[in-house]
Design a protein. Structure first.
Length: 300
């Protein structure tokens, strides 16, 4: 039986709010540890997905392995690797650029999914999709050039913006691989268990290889890591995937575009971080372009 509309909207809103906390929790963990950069970003990424995977251990027994079609497991494993790379890029980007720029750029995935679908699935790009892509590129270029000749919004904004964009590219591949895995028999819950576990396995050794461990940090760091696993990782993902059962994927994709708004507001409220006017304008242009491209997918 379909839930009431207010309940669906409430769950969707909870999901958006949950994923909006991701960037600020990453910043708070870095500030509490007094560390940033690639090494500690990998600690955060590995801890976030590993804790989430451990919390989902009971769901392993519910995966109906016998009902999976050929190729389902390789697709899910490949998606897990992409998720690991996505978090490595995006979380590291927050060490170098503003929350507003990072979250806006990483949410351009509907555009890259459309382009990948054109290459991989031979889907035709509509005129509206192309228009959306062009507008988003203008917005992205505005963000990328915002700090040239102006006050920097991070330690290295151009690098941070590039890393966030790389995160968007990789998560787009993750989305397409996940679509294939689920069409071959994986339930949403079973799929999340596998990809979180694979992502954790990929990420866990990397900080150790770079000479950074998982112990010795202030207690607040571990508290923030737990919150990351609970809210943006589990509550956020689960709420959005539940909502898409009752709402169009396009509507959910458009709702997710409120993440940069929520994340930027939390950054201002808790850290006093105010993006430059150019970053702000670029983010608006970029998100309008993404919205146009996402709406085009509905028409297809």
């Amino acid at each position: 039986m379909k839930p009431s509309n207010w309940r669906i909207i409430l769950v969707l809103a909870i999901g958006i709010l949950a994923i909006s906390t991701g960037a600020i929790l990453i910043r708070l963990a870095s500030l509490s540890a007094g560390m940033s950069g690639v090494e500690f970003s990998l600690v955060i990424a590995a801890s976030r997905v590993t804790i989430a995977a451990l919390l989902l251990v009971p769901a392993w027994s519910k995966i109906q392995w016998q009902s999976l079609q050929s190729g389902a497991i390789p697709y899910a494993v490949a998606a897990g690797v992409c998720l690991a790379v996505h978090f490595a890029f995006w979380i590291t980007s927050l060490s170098y650029t503003s929350i507003a720029a990072s979250t806006s750029l990483v949410n351009t995935n509907p555009i890259w999914v459309a382009l990948l679908s054109r290459w991989w699935l031979k889907e035709r790009l509509s005129r509206q999709t192309v228009i959306g892509i062009v507008i988003a590129m203008v917005g992205g270029l505005t963000i990328g050039l915002a700090d040239i000749g102006g006050e920097p919004t991070g330690a290295n904004p151009l690098l941070g913006n590039f890393l966030a964009l790389m995160g968007a590219w990789v998560v787009s591949l993750y989305i397409l691989l996940g679509r294939e895995a689920q069409t071959k028999g994986f339930s949403v819950g079973g799929y999340l268990v596998v990809v979180f576990t694979v992502a954790g396995i990929v990420l866990l050794p990397l900080p150790l290889i770079l000479g950074v461990g998982y112990s010795g940090y202030p207690g607040l760091v571990y508290f923030y890591l737990l919150l990351m696993a609970l809210f943006p990782q589990l509550v956020g993902n689960t709420s959005l995937m539940w909502a898409v059962r009752w709402l169009s994927p396009t509507l959910v994709s458009l709702a997710i575009l409120f993440e940069p708004v929520g994340a930027s507001f939390l950054g201002y409220l808790l850290l006093g971080e105010v993006p430059s006017i150019m970053v702000f304008l670029g983010a608006i242009i970029l998100l309008i372009g993404v919205a146009i491209a996402a709406l085009a997918s509905k028409e297809k």
